[in-house]
Design a protein around this ligand. Structure first.
Ligand code: NDP
Ligand code: KPL
Length: 321
């Protein structure tokens, strides 16, 4: 099984590096200065245990790869970039190879299924940063991260078991799941917080707005008949965010996109998933709608990270928050 990691940023970089350290066959697809830096000097991965440099082949596009039947593809770009990546894979002639969505949110799997028959979901519990080309950092200890993996929309199979085995041998905690989307909806609820923490500095206000956004989301998921895991997989094996020597954690993947000025945020597929479900099921979602509008201000640079106040969100809701 050769593993193609598509999108070598924080999560993709940490996974590709660990696979390469364990001697597993891995190829990366990256772009821009990250591609140049990895080609020139490899990818350094810093963890609480220290820093190591991984060297693995890296490409600018799927067209540069001669795909084999035993390849599996891990999508590790943010959701706004998924469609373009799937179109590139499709154009390259990938067909039956398994596509695993190692991404937050629940939108990527359905998108991938439009193009490919063998699609899988993975819940990613791996707090990681990418802010400098050629470098990534991952903050969990004692293991680097944990994944729930299963076939989409449900079930498991030999491919899941094989990938789980490879990832375990590379230092990850991995569970195969019959209902991986239950795990991914649980993570979606947690990720409603990404944009709140990026916008507000005050921890009490962060807690208040997260409670409101989550209550709204749970009501919408219940109305839509969508079940989510009730156990907190983050606590598994007592994984804790730990200090990485020489690094200060930037924060959530959303805050990192704001700081890097990528211009688009995943919020439309996190809080926006709740807005979409609310619209489909005739329920108002004022808090998550306001948070989506806030994300536009943050992504455009018109609002600085952690500069919002209570009144900012209340006024976006229209005074009803
Ligand atoms: N970071 C974290 O702590 C966690 C992230 N996640 C989830 O994991 C997923 C990945 O997040 P994260 O690793 O933070 O994201 P990053 O932005 O750090 O990494 C994604 C990388 O993919 C690259 N990319 C996007 N499209 C292409 C393309 N077509 N060709 C080549 N490269 C491409 C991006 O390039 P460019 O930089 O040019 O945009 C970027 O380098 C997201 O769904 C996120 O929500 C889940 C748990 C934790
Ligand atoms: C690690 C975690 C849970 C929050 O930082 C995350 O999923 C993200 O950054 O998107």
């Amino acid at each position: 099984m050769r593993i193609i990691v598509y999108g070598i940023g924080a999560v993709g970089g940490a996974i590709a590096a660990q696979l390469s350290f364990s001697g597993h066959s891995v190829l990366g697809i990256a772009r821009g200065r990250q591609l140049d830096a990895i080609r020139a000097s490899g990818l350094s991965l810093s963890t609480p245990q220290g820093t190591r440099t991984a060297r693995f082949p890296v490409h600018a596009d799927p067209a540069e790869i001669s795909f084999r039947p035993d390849d599996v593809v891990l999508l590790t770009m943010k959701t706004p970039d998924t469609l373009g990546a799937l179109q590139r894979l499709n154009a390259t002639g990938v067909s039956t190879q398994p596509i695993f969505c190692f991404q937050n949110g629940v939108a990527n799997e359905a998108l991938a299924l439009r193009f490919f028959a063998n699609v899988y979901g993975a819940t990613v519990m791996l707090p990681a940063d990418y802010d400098t080309p050629g470098e990534v950092a991952a903050y969990f200890a004692p293991k680097i991260g944990a994944f729930d993996i299963g076939r989409y929309p449900s079930g498991t199979d030999g491919t899941v078991e094989k990938l789980c085995g490879v990832l375990r041998a590379s230092g990850f905690i991995v569970d195969s799941r019959d209902n991986v989307m239950g795990s991914k909806y649980r993570k979606l609820l947690a990720n409603l917080r990404n944009i709140i923490d990026a916008a507000l500095a005050d921890t009490e206000l962060q807690r208040k707005w997260y409670a409101k956004a989550r209550a709204e989301a749970e009501a919408v998921l219940t109305a839509a008949g969508i079940a989510w895991d009730k156990t907190d997989a983050m606590a598994r094996e007592e994984l804790t965010i730990s200090a990485v020597p020489g690094r200060v954690r930037v924060g959530s993947s959303t805050l990192q996109s704001i700081v890097r000025g990528t211009g688009s945020l995943e919020t439309d597929f996190l809080n926006g998933e709740i807005v979409l479900l609310g619209r489909l099921h005739g329920m108002a979602t004022p808090v998550n709608s306001a948070l989506c509008r806030l994300s536009v201000e943050l992504a455009s640079g018109r609002m600085r990270p952690q500069s919002a106040g209570d009144d900012t969100i209340v006024s976006m809701i229209g005074g009803t928050g």
